[in-house]
Design a protein around this ligand. Structure first.
Ligand SMILES: Nc1ncnc2c1ncn2[C@@H]1O[C@H](COP(=O)(O)OP(=O)(O)OP(=O)(O)O)[C@@H](O)[C@H]1O
Length: 330
């Protein structure tokens, strides 16, 4: 069977060297990046995610070990050959506002063109295909300065696609984007991984969307080896909690959300789970103290009602805010 692993590292030490002095940022970093999969690299700010990316891109050398790309050490690739294998999308703003989308995407072809940079008919076809794959064809004559952040991000992905490397790396591609665009970009990357058989590695802080879209997670935490596995495995075996070393937060396996770890005792709430969970969140968030003589609390969808029955009084509320008002009066 053809191996899908394209990039491999084992027991790496990563960091920076200044005036002969090493400053190690992360150790015991082992991974296998596979073609056809969307892999998300997650971890707190400053843990070393960008350092790992920069090392994979060959921008900084490994302090210990070797990264192997297609059976050969990264350090043995020259920059042009590496650019044919690995395409990168960074978060830096492009200072090329007066280029058209088509011109920018064409620039991604440079590792494949002659030294004059002329594009062949085949190169133009690759550019057209990348514009189609990212749904940005309609933008091709627009100037970059005329694009929204979401459109620009898709165009940057198109530029990386025309590089036609087997590995595509993106550092926080969904930062500054709205919810719809965040989903769109991550689904687009998943499609690219699956349809084009590329190994896509994405640094992200978007845990929710990463859980929805990723095939693999790499979790990075200070002083710990890199933890790799499918999101579902890491959730079920609780390794995902490594992202939350602070005791005040925990990952709630039943909702897939990060929440306060303080245990709340709720009264029995009558109603469907899909509604009672929002009532529980509302009680927890607003630190509501329910009456000591409470008999029952319930919630219904049609008509929307929150009912509170105590020994002394019964109430019905038609919104969460009117429920809250009851507590501010009492
Ligand atoms: N050129 C450099 N020389 C020395 N140290 C650096 C250099 N660049 C980054 N660092 C340090 O390496 C550590 C990891 O930084 P890095 O940018 O890799 O973290 P990160 O996980 O990507 O963070 P974020 O989520 O905030 O982007 C930080 O302590 C940072 O100060």
């Amino acid at each position: 069977m053809e191996t899908k692993v394209i990039l491999k590292g084992e027991g790496l030490a990563l960091g920076y060297k200044k005036q002969g002095k090493e400053s190690i940022i992360a150790e015991e970093i082992s991974f296998s990046l596979e073609k056809g999969k969307l892999t998300c690299l997650l971890g707190p700010n400053g843990v070393g995610k960008s350092t790992l990316i920069k090392t994979i891109m060959g921008q900084i050398p490994v302090l210990k070990g070797e990264i192997i790309l297609s059976g050969k050490a990264i350090s043995d690739y020259n920059s042009k050959l590496l650019a044919k294998k690995i395409a990168v999308v960074l978060t830096d703003k492009v200072a090329l506002g007066n280029l058209t989308v088509y011109q920018l995407v064409s620039l991604g072809r440079i590792p494949h063109t002659s030294w004059l940079g002329n594009l062949s008919i085949q190169d133009h076809e690759v550019v057209e295909r990348a514009l189609a794959a990212t749904n940005t064809n309609y933008l091709k004559d627009k100037l970059l300065s005329e694009l929204s952040d979401g459109q620009l991000q898709k165009v940057m992905i198109a530029r990386a696609l025309v590089q036609d490397g087997e590995v595509l790396i993106l550092d926080e591609p969904t930062a500054h984007l709205d919810l719809i665009n965040r989903f769109e970009i991550m689904h687009l990357l998943r499609r690219i991984a699956q349809d084009e058989g590329k190994a896509v590695l994405v640094v992200t802080h978007d845990l929710d969307i990463a859980i929805e879209t990723a095939d693999e997670f790499w979790l990075m935490q200070c002083g710990l080896p890199l933890i790799c596995g499918s999101p579902e495995d890491l959730i079920v075996n609780k390794k995902i909690d490594l992202l939350l070393p602070n005791d005040s937060l925990k990952f709630d396996i039943s909702t897939g959300k990060v929440q306060e770890s303080k245990e709340y005792t709720y009264p029995k709430i009558l109603g469907e789970d899909k509604l009672t969970r929002w009532l529980k969140l509302f009680i927890r968030k607003n630190k509501l103290e329910l009456p000591a003589d409470l008999i029952s609390l319930g919630i219904t969808e049609t008509p929307f009602l929150i009912s509170l029955n105590s020994e002394n009084e019964d109430f019905e509320f038609t919104s969460f805010n009117s429920f809250l008002n009851y507590f501010s009066k009492s």
